[in-house]
Design a binder for this molecule. Structure first.
Ligand SMILES: [Zn+2]
Length: 190
């Protein structure tokens, strides 16, 4: 926990925003950032802080989702994410709407999105290794470091981080097959 430099509310690090310009920034909580943004943009926006909730996936594993409400100019965004070692990771979702939209309605949409994603799993463990269960696979592209410390794409599939190398190994089960790859904005359902 760190104190917000404006309202002094104790704030978990993943909810702190480095806010300001290059040479003068402050570490503020999301509420203070959103209130400042609303004032600058002349938008009527009321911040809502959603408490974490726990949901169970298709395989019975529990996932704790944290939420971040952000005002981005004339757009309101609510993000859901898990925490891995205190940082956002695992399953991540976002829904967006106009700044004036009802945030509780946006939250309901987000929960529905999460529920839909948790009801599907693309990977199965067999003989100690993960395999692609069916003929399609979906998730999110993030980044990490490879074994030599170089930046490398990392995929989050079923809420698990899968290294580029491990994903390559899973693909080898489909040698000789064709494939197609489609990218979808993170605010849209897969
Ligand atoms: Zn604050």
């Amino acid at each position: 926990m760190t104190l917000c430099e404006n309202c002094h509310a104790p704030t978990p690090d993943h909810e702190l925003v480095h806010y300001g310009s290059m040479d003068s920034f402050r570490r503020l909580c999301l509420r203070c950032v959103n209130e400042d943004m609303a004032e600058r943009c002349g938008v009527d926006f009321e911040h809502v802080k959603f408490e974490p909730i726990s949901m169970t996936d298709e395989a019975g594993a529990k996932h704790e989702f944290h939420f971040a409400t952000r005002l981005l100019g004339d757009i309101a965004s609510v993000e859901a994410f898990e925490l891995i070692d205190g940082s956002p990771g695992g399953y991540q979702f976002q829904v967006i709407d106009d700044a004036q939209a009802d945030l509780w309605g946006l939250m309901a949409k987000l929960i529905e999105r999460i529920r839909g994603a948790l009801s599907v799993s693309y990977l199965r463990e067999r003989r100690g290794a993960l395999h692609i269960e069916g003929l399609s696979v979906g998730g999110q592209v993030t980044s990490g470091l490879d074994d030599d410390g170089y930046p490398s794409p990392v995929l989050v599939i079923d809420g698990r981080e899968i290294s580029w190398e491990d994903f390559g190994r899973m693909l080898s089960a489909f040698e000789g097959w064709q494939f197609k790859l489609e990218f979808v904005d993170r605010s849209e359902p897969l």
